[in-house]
Design a protein around this ligand. Sequence first.
Ligand code: GLA
Length: 651
Amino acid sequence: MTRVPFDGIAMGCDYNPEQWPRSVWREDVALMREAGVGFVTLGVFSWALLQPAPDRWDFGWFDEVVELLHEGGIAIDMATATASPPPWLTAAHPEMLPVDADGHTVWPGSRQSWCPSSPVFRSHALALAEQMAFRYGDHPAVRLWHVSNELGCHNGRCWCDVSAAAFRRWLADRYGSVEKLNDAWGTAFWSQRYGSFEQVLPPRRTGAVPNPTQSLDFARFSSDELLSYYCAERDVIRAHSDVPVTTNLMVTLHQDQQDNHRWARELDLVANDHYLDARLPEPRAELDFAADLTRGVARREPWLLMETATSAVNWQPVNVAKRPGELLLDALTHVARGADGIAFFQWLASRAGAEKFHSALVPHAGPDSARFREVAALGAALARLAPVAGAPVDARVALLFDWECWWACEAPSLPTGELRYTDAAHRWHAAFTALGLTVDVVHPSADLDRYAVVVVPTLYLCSDADAAGIAAAAARGAQVLVTYFSGITDADDHVRLGGYPGAFRDLLGVRAEEFAPLLPGHTVRLDDGSTADLWTEVLEATDAAVLARYVDGPVAGAPALTRRGSAWYVATRLDAGATAALASRVAAAAGIAAAAVPAGVTLTRRGRHAFVLNRGAGPARVDVHGTDLLTGAPFRGVVPAGSAAVVEEEG
Ligand code: GLA
């Protein structure tokens, strides 16, 4: 992968000058310099103004902005401007609008109203991408290309007839014959057997539960379809420009999005958008997780945070503002976990439009504001971190995460509708992180040789090859911790017979004959004093030591926690204390006990740099020695509450 092409650890932002009169553009650039903005993402939603009519281009105003930025020394992440088609295009070609599973058209009037399979959309968008690449492909300010924007956000799946035909072509490629499709989809069930590919539809609204493998394949297809669109734009750009190409992924923002592991192979560098979600119980634990997952998607190479917010967003039920100090700590969390640049949506808070209450670098109050001063302080702080750029993050714990599994294990008609794929992943990630350990969140097929601990949370759908890789890690001596509802189905989402957890029965030395999920609000007690909820199963330890059993609930007396050599099985959702205790026990078995850090403090190492972030209530004393890059002075071993140190360690 290419290195992030901006200087040091740059601060950036989306810049949407078309929302403002020309008279402020020059001031914008001057103020950007004052804030420490090193690059801007330009043109994301500019299509309607760059091409006001089918046969009319207007690049004059855009050229002016590009030159102002260039003169100001601000680099450009150049969008292809294709994210949102202009009204003249959708009016002329309503057949390019997406259609939902009920057959309703998704109308223009917002953004991204286009079907990923639409040839009309594609030809117009590629024509624009070509204009952009031709005009700006070798402009010295342009350091990165930004294809479309958050591909899959709003229009990730489309059920229209054009998409149906594309789905059939994708299926014919995947299966070769309709017989193979019938086998993979298990169509003997409910009289679904197909006589030809022409009879197949995308999973539109059905009366009863749709075929799960059909739904899974539709998710795979939808991801591939948008990826092929990305590649088409990328290839148009490459014909005119040697500048690296990427797009902004959303690795944790939406479930019905792309398979980011697959996408990353086509990107010159991985860029991600992340927004804190106040609806989650622990939004900042999710921030840690998202950054570690982005690094996993980037196959441990440095990546770019393409969008986040300086304070509140506008799209949650309650849009929580960041408190003083949080902006710095949140940004440093990404840098500590591999980001080589931090960018925000957007430069000026909009006056009009759907996002007028979204925070920005310059708020409605203007630059004479606490928020702008905090932004400028962040710009200055990031500038001091240049020595960190390019450094790797070293993790000894891997946590396996797979979008295909996510799609499959939140389908209807599973043993419980209460289970969320990311739930176990978040809990176990947080537990190991709280021990002061760094966790790589990687695909199950990743090379696991470097890890002392491999966590396998709810890997419901698991291919034979991935199961073999996990077993090989345990055979090599890694501690492998598998949780409930793992190894249940194969890559076609067919149940592995002979007892659960099929793919891991031998590795774990356990066998379950039946699941016994718990009703919401029900908890069970274990004989080690802990409690659990959500899930239990009729488990037998065939070749494993039993570490804890249920004392009540539907399977009282059955094993809840087992161990066979270095393979651990946790057959239920443990309470927080028991989760923490088990993580600590597994880490100790792996011999990777971390340096103790006080509660609320994270210590992450990136190359020679220790990032100490103190979100706790009091000062934190940590045993780290060297120079604090943020102050330029020797680190005195204490980080005040709400503050951070980035210590270049000695030796
Ligand atoms: C996404 C989009 C931006 C903006 C932000 C708001 O990340 O890419 O254009 O809408 O959300 O949070």
